[in-house]
Design a protein around this ligand. Structure first.
Ligand code: PRP
Length: 183
């Protein structure tokens, strides 16, 4: 697909690559302060978190480990159901570890509240969340998020890891999807 055609699918740019990079750098400084002297395991949630993980991890001026989970919400579409199954579990035993979950977006909060409960049951030293985006108006299950990049309106957004039908993840910016694409 050519870029002019991709541009036709988007209504406006919500966050530019530069704004995301700057905000992730600020969040990285906070994480460095908060975890000073502690080992941190970053847990990325596939697939959306790939870009955030790659840029956040490289912003951190310290050792971190990275691991990944793939989970699937039933009732797929543009909203999640909160019923989750694990497609790929962690390779790491997290008991006694400081776990920082890295997410692209918290929408209803259903996925993360399930995930946090699941991770807590494994006996980690701590579990916290770092999410680039959060939609306060979409929340159905409140989740305690330690690091939030941006609160955004309850619109369908794509790019920087976020997809619609597996497309648009590779856009550098976060943009709103034009209604003609999903109606
Ligand atoms: C997205 C996102 C979160 C979840 C948030 O993942 O990465 O994991 O939805 O939604 P919620 O707060 O309403 O639960 P998705 O299931 O679309 O999978 P993906 O990361 O592979 O795109």
């Amino acid at each position: 697909m050519e870029s002019a055609q991709i541009a036709d699918d988007l209504t406006n740019t919500l966050l530019t690559e530069g704004q995301i990079k700057d905000r992730l750098a600020q969040m990285a400084r906070a994480i460095e302060r908060d975890y000073d002297g502690q080992d941190v395991l970053l847990v990325g949630v596939l697939k959306g978190a790939v870009m955030v993980m790659a840029d956040l991890a490289r912003s951190l001026d310290r050792h971190v480990e990275m691991d990944w989970m793939a989970i699937s919400s039933y009732g797929h579409g543009t909203t999640s159901s909160g019923v989750v199954r694990i497609l790929k579990d962690l390779d790491t035993d997290i008991s006694g570890r400081h776990v920082l979950v890295v997410e692209d977006i918290i929408d209803t909060g259903l996925t993360l509240s399930w995930l946090i409960a699941n991770l807590r049951s494994r006996g980690p030293a701590s579990v916290e969340i770092c999410a680039l985006l959060r939609k306060p108006d979409a929340v159905r299950m409140s989740v305690d998020v330690r690091y939030v990049g941006f609160d955004i309106p309850n619109e369908f957004v794509v790019g920087y890891g976020l997809d619609y039908g597996e497309r648009y993840r590779n856009l550098r910016d976060v943009a709103t999807l034009a209604p003609h694409v999903y109606t």
